[in-house]
Design a protein around this ligand. Structure first.
Ligand code: AP5
Length: 225
């Protein structure tokens, strides 16, 4: 199962990807997460991209493509992967096409104000990556992760003004990517305005029916978070 998750900020890419990762044991590769980790470690790459991320701007293609190429060459990607947040430009989509074959490109979408509402209430566990939402999927205890007790954090770019800018920028480069995957007949459009407890099983069923999701779950009892 080699999948790309397309969609604007707040569409739910990370939420869906972490469910599939836990249930089917395939890597969830988020370019945003890779970049934030580099910034936190203050690496040379982290210093080069910090400003782009904090302002909500796209990181230049050549940097992103190289990072993804290296990540996909790791052995854990052999049985499949979920790419989250890549490609974001047609140059990235074409580069990916040269690196590997993709089975499905899923466009998760929500209106801008739904995204602003969700992201303004998003909290993340910095240790395991689990995503919470104070309104829709709150942690059981005050701002600590249900799984490992780590204090939850907010992302610097999750401020309403930056969210709106990220959303607009996302759709500026989007149409050629959609056309690219439409032409290959692997595009799946999915409205994620519905709650995750409805949306996740619905998308899972679509992927099984289309014979894209062919592997057995490694953790069949994973719950929808
Ligand atoms: P990135 O980290 O990829 O962020 P993004 O695309 O802006 O997406 P988000 O992570 O904000 O949203 P999501 O769709 O994953 O939503 P989530 O599942 O958390 O990129 C960050 C930055 O890195 C970019 O701005 C850019 O600078 C750079 N970058 C990254 N990739 C790049 C590339 N390829 N090229 C160039 N630059 C790049 O859900 C959001 C919230 O909603 C959560 O709180 C969740 O709990 C809740 N939620 C989810 N689904 C539902 C639901 N169905 N009902 C209710 N609540 C829900």
């Amino acid at each position: 199962m080699r999948i790309v998750l397309l969609g604007p900020p707040g569409a739910g890419k990370g939420t869906y990807a972490s469910y599939f990762k836990k249930k089917y044991c395939i890597p969830h590769i988020s370019t945003g997460d890779i970049f934030r980790a580099e910034i936190a470690k203050n690496t040379e790459l982290g210093r080069r991209i910090k400003e782009y991320i904090e302002k909500g701007l796209l990181v230049p293609d050549e940097i992103v493509i190289e990072v993804v190429k290296q990540r996909l060459s790791q052995p854990d990607c052999e049985k499949g992967f979920i790419l989250d947040g890549f490609p974001r430009t047609i140059a990235q989509a074409k580069a990916l096409d040269k690196i590997t074959k993709i089975d499905a490109a899923i466009h998760l979408y929500v209106p801008m104000e739904v995204a602003v509402d969700r992201l303004s209430n998003r909290y993340i566990c910095p240790k395991c990556g689990r995503i919470y939402n104070l309104k829709f999927m709150p942690p059981k205890n005050d701002l600590v992760c249900d799984d490992d007790g780590t204090p939850l954090i907010r992302r610097k770019d999750d401020e309403p003004e930056v969210i709106r800018k990220r959303y607009e920028i996302y759709y500026q480069t989007f149409q050629p990517i959609i056309d690219f995957y439409k032409e290959k007949d692997i595009l799946i459009e999915f409205d994620n305005t519905v709650g995750s407890e409805v949306g996740i099983p619905m998308l899972e069923k679509i992927l099984i029916e289309k014979n894209i999701l062919k592997i057995e779950p490694c953790n069949p009892s994973v719950s929808i978070q």
